[in-house]
Each structure stands twice: as C-alpha cells, then as structure tokens.
Design a binder for this molecule. Structure first.
Ligand code: BES
Ligand code: MN
Ligand code: ZN
Length: 501
C-alpha cells in the first residue's frame, strides 16, 4: 500500500474518493468547510437534509459535487469535537476504511481534520497510515483469498492544511509504514500453524531478515550450543518435542559512534511455537490457539523490522528462545528438577508453566550484552487475562521510571499496558522444598508470581516484563494475531533514539 502527503487546493484534488470529517451537531471540519465553499454550499445542504449528523463512525457518500474534482466525497462522522481523542478517531477511521472497501474504492484522499486533543499532526498521520495498512492485512499463507473479496485500498493520500508541516507529516507516514510492516510480520508469524511455524522456521525467518537488512546480523544457537552453555531449563522443555529448540539472536547496530557508552536495548520474546502443556496437558478446547504462544518472539521480529526500516540510530538486540512444549516420554515430569543457566535450580511442579523456563535462560544469557534495558514479551499466563482482560498488556517492573516510560509509549502508540505489582511479598509463593524455586506459585496472583519468577533472573540490568497473553491474540470472531505489542515497542525505540514524535 502506498501513502503520500498532499497539500494545496482541495477542491482541485483529483481522487476517486475524498474523505472529510464532520463533527457532531453537525459541524463541518476545516477541510470540509473548504469543499463546502468551493461547491457553493453542497455539503451544508446535505447536512440540512439530516443524513449526516456527525455521530462518530457514521459515513455518508456523496457524488458529483459542483466544482469539486473528487469523484465522490465520503463524509465521516467524528462525534463531538471536544470529546474526540485518539481512540475515538481510530473508531471513526476504521468505519471509513470499511465503507471504502464496501464501495470498492482503491484510491482515496483523506483530508485530515485538526488533531484530536491527545494527538499532534505527527501522531495523527502515523496512526492513519498504520490503521490503513493494518486494515488491509490478510492472512494468505495457507488459504486463498475469497474470490468475491472486495478489492483493497492501494493508495491513500493524506492531505494536510499547512504545507510547512510537510516534513513532519512525511516522517510520520514513513514511521507508520515501517511499524505497520513490523506488525504485519508479527501477525503472520502468530497466525501460522505450529506444524509450519516451528522453532526452525523462526530461525529461518530470522536468517532471512539478516539477509534483507545490512545492519542486522543473525546468529542461531543449536541445542548442542545450549547444552554447552548450560541452558538446562530451556532444554528441559524442548526435550519433550521432536522439533529441535533454536535460540535466535538478532543484532541491529546503528548507534552513532559518538555514543561510546552505547549499551544496547535488548528485547527478549517467548517463542513457544506450540504449547500443549506437556505432561500437565491442557484441555483440548481451544488448544489450537496455543500456536500463538510464540507471539512474544514474533513481536521481537516485528520490532526489529521497524527498527531496520527506520534505520533508528540505536543498538538493539533481539533474542528469541524457541521451542515446543509437548508430552513425550522424554518430556519434563511434574517434580523434575532442572538447573538453569544462572545456576539456580528449579522444581517443575507444572510442565505447562514452560514459558518462564525458556525465558529464564534467555534472561541470563543476555547479561553478556551489558544491556541498557531488557524488555521481555511473553504470552505467559492465563491469569493475566483473568486480571486485566484483553485490553492492556500486563506490565511488570520494579523500576518506576521505566514503568512510566513504557506506559507512556503504550499510550502514544495506542497499545496500552497496565502495571501490576512485583513486590517481594510474592516471592515466597515460589518456595520449593527440593530446589531453589518452584516454577509455579499456586492459585493466587498467577501473572505476578510468573513475573516474580523471571525477576530472579533479571537482576543485572534494568528490566521490564510484558505479559501479552490477552493482547497478542483475538479469540472469537475474527480470531487471530493482533501484532501487539510491536507498536508500543517501536514507540519506545523511537523515543530512545531521541527522535521527536
Ligand atoms: N502459554 C500459556 C499461557 C496462556 C494461556 C497464554 C492462555 C495465552 C492464553 C502458558 O505457558 C501457560 O500454560 N501458563 C499456565 C501457568 C500455570 C500452569 C501456572 C497458565 O496460565 O495456566
Ligand atoms: Mn504453558
Ligand atoms: Zn506457554
């Protein structure tokens, strides 16, 4: 999909469809007023008939306006001007995109209204581009597109009132496209079935990214390497599966040489390509969805793509420990004790709490990079969905400043998080009679005890954990991967790179 920034005389703009905002009451947006004047009051007349009230997400299409070059106008209800915020804008624009698809419009020009109260022009343009690109997403790896599927939007031009803001808008559109590309890869990987998207497949995808981007180098550790290092926790999970585990390391290096102390940002993502629970097997209902248990890893891929596309001036390392979790004669058994890379021993009381077992070794491994920051993403617990539902990801960190930084990035990106406590009080739930810790902490506060477990392996650097079990996947209809939290991670990286947003 192509995006362009336009300005100039809106009445003369040639386009199959010009999208104009209308506020409640109804009241024309700035660009709509321009068109109203140029057409001798055609839009005012239309409003007077009562067809368009300006209520949020309502759409009316009008044809053949006098002295207007656009073939048609799509009036888009934005609701009350004062109440319009980012999420309201999202809802309205989603309705416009759906309507464009219904009327088979493949080329449109969106005359942006004034930014909603919690956005500036950069954010509005970036969001518009990301939303349009994401609305076009189709999963096509193992299914042909429907023959009668409506054609997709191919070109979206964005008209801005002030030509002086062309540079900002162009940058925002570039950013939006780059992030959308990352999100698309993340969704594809999440949607692919476990028999295709195996640890080896993820490793191949990483290698392919390394070939695509000069700034990205990729290394894959094999089980023998992990054995030698002593990744006993990760390998214990992989032993129950015929697919060999892979430990994927992607290094993106673009920090300016002047920054001598450039410690990297490290992203770690759970790459469980299928989680049957192991010997503590899951109920069969909806078990198919456990193919998305690599969504954390997939979000690392997405964030790497965004960083590469944007050529962000930072050092970034993505690490994806990848395995399956299946029941097998060699699989972990409840009561087994394994030794992690950190040297700490773990009593595996439930083999379905495998994510923390593969992540703890990854968290120890990344110490060698002397990170400025480590953020791990994992579809870690059903308990996080119980606690927070499916709107925010769970955020866990002992670092208040970091919590603020990540929360703010999530707000801006429309990819929100909500912080849960990570107090020491919870640690005792992990006590074990036979090892340094158990891998589960009982019924209470399951998302927190999982994070508390991880925290024992992340003591050497600033660290945050995102539990994305509720946000990385939509159940019901439509079901599938959402690409979260790539938007949040991209925003975080853009800010760390010192780029203005
Ligand atoms: N991958 C699951 C968590 C999960 C559940 C993600 C539902 C998405 C939707 C994880 O490996 C798991 O099985 N966690 C257990 C932990 C429990 C055994 C302490 C859970 O949440 O039930
Ligand atoms: Mn599990
Ligand atoms: Zn899992």
């Amino acid at each position: 999909m192509e995006f362009k920034i336009k300005h100039g005389d809106l009445a003369k703009a040639k386009t199959p469809c010009l999208i104009l905002g209308v506020y409640a009451k109804p009241k024309l947006s700035g660009p709509a007023e321009v068109i109203d004047k140029a057409s001798g009051g055609a839009l005012s007349a239309l409003l007077q008939r009562g067809d368009m009230t300006g209520s949020r997400a309502s759409c009316v299409v009008a044809y053949d306006l006098p002295d207007i070059a656009a073939e048609r106008i799509l009036l888009l209800g934005l609701g009350k001007r004062k109440e319009l915020d980012r999420s309201g804008f999202d809802k309205a624009f989603a309705a416009a995109l759906a309507r464009l698809s219904e009327i088979s419009v493949t080329d449109a020009l969106f005359a942006l209204p004034k930014p909603p109260k919690d956005m500036n022009l950069y954010k509005l343009v970036r969001q518009t581009v990301m939303q349009a690109a994401q609305a076009n997403y189709r999963y096509e790896h193992t299914k042909e597109p429907a023959k009668d599927a409506p054609p997709q939007l191919q070109n979206l031009s964005i008209w801005i009132a002030n030509k002086d803001q062309d540079a900002v808008a162009t940058r925002a559109a570039t950013h939006g496209k780059a992030i959308a590309d990352g999100i698309e890869l993340t969704r594809d990987l999440g949607n692919l079935p476990g028999n295709i998207c195996t640890p080896s497949y993820l490793a191949e995808q990483a290698t392919a990214l390394g070939e695509r981007y000069a700034a990205l180098s990729v290394e894959v550790l094999e089980e023998a390497d992990m054995e030698e290092l002593g990744m006993g926790a990760l390998l214990s999970v992989s032993r129950g599966s015929r697919e060999p585990a892979k430990f994927i390391i992607m290094r993106y290096s673009c920090a300016p040489i002047s920054q001598q102390d450039n410690k990297p940002v490290v992203l770690v993502g759970k790459g469980l390509t299928f989680d049957a629970g192991g010997i503590s097997i899951k109920p069969s209902e909806a078990m198919d969805e456990m193919k998305y248990d690599m969504a954390g890893g997939a979000s690392v891929f997405g964030a790497m793509v965004a960083a590469c596309e944007l050529q962000l001036p930072i050092d970034l390392i993505g690490v994806v420990p990848s395995s399956e979790n299946l029941p097998d004669g060699a699989a972990n058994k409840p009561g087994d004790i394994v030794k992690s890379l950190s040297g700490q021993t773990i009593e595996i009381l439930n083999t379905d709490a495998e994510g923390r077992l593969i992540l703890c070794d990854a968290l120890t491994y990344v110490e060698r990079f002397d990170p400025a920051l480590v953020v791990d993403m994992a579809t870690l617990t059903g308990a996080c969905i119980v606690a927070l539902g499916r709107h925010p990801s769970g955020l866990f960190t002992a670092d208040d400043e970091l919590a603020t930084e990540i929360s703010a990035a999530g707000e801006t990106a429309g990819d929100r998080v909500w912080r849960l406590p990570l107090w020491d009080d919870y640690q005792q739930q992990l006590d074990s009679n036979f090892a340094d810790m158990a891998n589960i902490g009982g019924r209470d506060a399951g998302a927190i005890t999982a994070a508390a477990f991880l925290s024992r392996y992340a003591k050497k650097y600033p660290w945050a954990h995102l539990d994305i079990a509720g946000t990385a996947w939509l159940t019901g209809k439509p079901k599938g991967a959402t690409g979260r939290p790539v938007a949040l991670l991209s925003e975080l990286l853009i800010r760390r790179a010192g780029i203005e947003t």
